[in-house]
Design a protein around this ligand. Sequence first.
Ligand code: FPP
Length: 281
Amino acid sequence: MQDKVPAGLDRKETEVYRRLDPERIPKHIAIIMDGNGRWAKRRHMPRVAGHRAGVTAVRSTVETAARIHISALTLYAFSEENCKKRPKSEVDFLMRLLSRYLKGEVPTLNKNNIRLEYIGRQHELPEDVQERMAWAREATARNSGMVLTLALNYSARSELVDAFRAMVSAASRNGGLEHLRIDEDTVGRHLYTRHLPDPDLVVRTSGEMRLSNFLLWQLAYAEIYVTPTLWPDFRGLHLLEGIAEYQKRERRYGGLNHSESNRDDGHAALETSSALHGQKS
Ligand code: FPP
């Protein structure tokens, strides 16, 4: 379908890319990166080896997404639950891994014109990690290409709680609660993701069919693509396969599909005309 292939795609990626419709590339893709522990277990390695291998998958996915001009990519790196319920040694490892990733990756993000953002309760992360995060965001702030958002210590329910608290506090600072007006736009403007459109596609690796408290408000109409591939094995090629699957779906946003709506319009017209002429259709 595609003649022009973006620079930098390898042979297999190019093959899948050629089958895509350039007009229907999703603007925002969100990914639940899962399966690091299982990947390591299958190799009789410690869980953290799976997380380390997961960084290679992040790199490949981010680069391919930027090359095909996805506007926004959001990666669920660690949930609030991960931070609270995993052994301290694993959480500490993940924090060091994140810090190292940010330090090492900024030049590549800049080369690919990628701007870094974060969602989640950052103030609960270790201070040195927060400082590294702020540094990396600032170092990429002037890039105008893809927005890469890392969900760190993130929970969709906490995000909604924080949004409602922010709305109430803004109203009480601006004339009192009687001025509080809540509608979908207002909620959207108080979410951590206010810098992003809603995702069109959510990908989950490792075969689990759950949203796991990820972007519950924003994923209302997203297409869901679940792949059995474990996160450390995921690459840009798998992302392109997910996009190919997405393009097979018809998004209806609660309406009818094109042919149904034409057929029903036809029936309605026929019934109106029969009623007018006293006939049965
Ligand atoms: C889920 O696998 C993955 C995580 C909790 C951590 C994700 C971290 C990375 C991919 C690497 C670091 C990320 C960045 C952005 C530098 P799991 O441990 O729950 O796997 P399991 O379900 O097989 O146990």
